[in-house]
Design a binder for this molecule. Structure first.
Ligand code: NAD
Length: 280
């Protein structure tokens, strides 16, 4: 579904909210730059911002949204509960603090940032998110970095299926098994580090496609994600790159090019292993 003014398709999530398939991620955007970066993205046409308590820039995100004058419902905001806030009461308190920093009365999507299996508190944390949704502090709830066993456990213990699972996914890490589980359970796949943190923009296969179709490597990779039905939010704080990453709705990749990128999978992670990551 697209509107006449918004080129970005939206995907319906449970709870009656539709998520724009392309947004801006603000991990590693310094807090002093965030308001300006998000303001530029909103002017460009972005209507989806992915932040987190751990990024320490929620205030800048909220300030830019407030200053934009856009109706609240036009902008889709995601934030996340950090590892140190696992547990029922801790997660509820952390979400309240995120809302205070964002200056919002609700977010559109609230995620558990990592499962942290070593703490074994993610089920209680999930119960908190379920109740936060009931209380209207978030419209949809989901998880991030959950492996199939973690997904099945929260669903078995609460009966509530996460709307999304945000996981590392890019042309060097296709996550086929997880995507099959998502399809089975009706969970939307959100790739993080969709550009491989910039490290795969020089891949010869990507560069060859980009030159042939007259686009940049980043645009080719973003189209690959979009044509797979993923929801992604490449990060940049450079205005020209923010614009470039949004200018991806005027072309399609051919099946042969999708297949060529499909051949690049090498199971390579740029980020941590979700089964063992426990930083607090
Ligand atoms: P990314 O794959 O989006 O790559 C970002 C880097 O690529 C930038 O720092 C920049 O150097 C480069 N880049 C971006 N656009 C470019 C362009 N057009 N041309 C050339 N270089 C370009 O990496 P990311 O920031 O790790 O991931 C995106 C977002 O995903 C984050 O901002 C965050 O919102 C989310 N994320 C979530 C988790 C999680 O655990 N849930 C982890 C990492 C990232």
């Amino acid at each position: 579904m697209t509107s006449s003014t918004d080129p970005v398709p939206r995907i319906d999530l449970p709870g009656g909210v539709a998520i724009p398939q392309l947004g801006l991620g603000v991990w590693q955007v310094p807090k002093e730059d965030t308001e300006g970066v998000v303001a530029h993205a909103l002017e460009t046409g972005y209507r989806h911002i992915d932040t987190a308590a751990a990024y320490q820039n929620e205030r800048g995100v909220g300030a830019a949204i407030a200053a934009s004058g856009l109706p609240r419902d036009d902008v889709f905001v995601t934030t996340k509960v950090w590892n140190a806030a696992h547990g029922y009461d801790e997660a509820k308190a952390a979400a309240a603090k995120s809302l205070e920093r964002l200056g919002l009365d609700h977010v559109d999507l609230l995620l558990i940032h990592w499962p942290v299996p070593s703490r074994d508190l993610y089920v209680e944390t999930w119960r908190a998110l379920v109740d936060l949704r009931e209380e209207g502090l978030t419209t949809a709830i989901g998880v991030s970095n959950f492996q199939p066993a973690h997904l099945r456990r929260i669903i078995d213990e609460t009966g509530v299926v996460p709307a999304v699972n945000q996981v590392e996914l890019h042309p060097y890490l296709h996550q086929h098994e997880l995507r099959e589980v998502h399809a089975e359970l009706g969970i939307v796949t959100e790739p993080w580090s969709p550009l491989g943190q910039g490290e795969i923009l020089n891949d010869p296969v990507i560069v060859e496609i980009a030159e042939r179709v007259g686009r940049t490597p980043g645009q080719v990779i973003i189209r690959w994600h979009l044509q797979h039905g993923f929801v992604l939010f490449p990060k940049s704080k450079t205005p020209a790159r923010i614009d470039e990453n949004f200018d991806v709705f005027g072309f399609d990749l051919a099946d042969e090019d999708l297949q060529a990128i499909g051949g690049l999978d090498r199971g390579k992670r740029f980020g941590p292993d979700p089964d063992t990551f426990s930083l607090t």
